[in-house]
Design a protein around this ligand. Sequence first.
Ligand SMILES: CC(C)(COP(=O)(O)OP(=O)(O)OC[C@H]1O[C@@H](n2cnc3c(N)ncnc32)[C@H](O)[C@@H]1OP(=O)(O)O)[C@@H](O)C(=O)NCCC(=O)NCCS
Length: 143
Amino acid sequence: MNEITIRSYDESDEEQVVELWREVFPDSPAHNISQEDIRRKLAVQRELFLVACRGDELVGTAVAGYDGHRGWVYYVATSPRFQRQGIGSMLMHRVESDLADMGCPKLNLQVRASNHEVVTFYKSLGYQVEERVSMGKLLKDHS
Ligand SMILES: CC(C)(COP(=O)(O)OP(=O)(O)OC[C@H]1O[C@@H](n2cnc3c(N)ncnc32)[C@H](O)[C@@H]1OP(=O)(O)O)[C@@H](O)C(=O)NCCC(=O)NCCS
């Protein structure tokens, strides 16, 4: 029962996912925002919303997407009690493999510049820091 399995998100995972994100993301969004993020993801490439489970317990997440040019991944998280046991790496390997199967040539991700531990995590998986300016714009809310 200690085995970790990676599978696509199921609606019954919502409570555990929201709780995990609240626990691990310092500026974690309010519950209703997380639920909105989940709802939007389920409408687009929902199979790329991955969860790591240990029995019935949800211990990790990764939310990926492919736009036809690049893959992106968000919400990569491991429950604090299970960190440094390879679960984050398992999730990222599964994301990479699923995206590669879709023909995606490159995976991008963003990390807060101050989050050195997470940069170390991604470097351990072969990611390199690329000098870019990250830009964004809020679009009209279609919710
Ligand atoms: C980043 C995160 C997902 C890593 O998950 P994890 O399951 O602990 O990762 P792994 O066990 O697969 O770690 C693989 C390697 O990454 C590096 N690493 C992971 N966490 C690290 C940390 N806190 N400090 C330094 N190196 C770290 C190590 O090299 C580690 O190998 P090792 O344990 O043999 O030394 C997890 O720390 C987390 O959920 N953080 C909070 C959420 C977050 O900030 N997510 C990133 C959003 S961009």
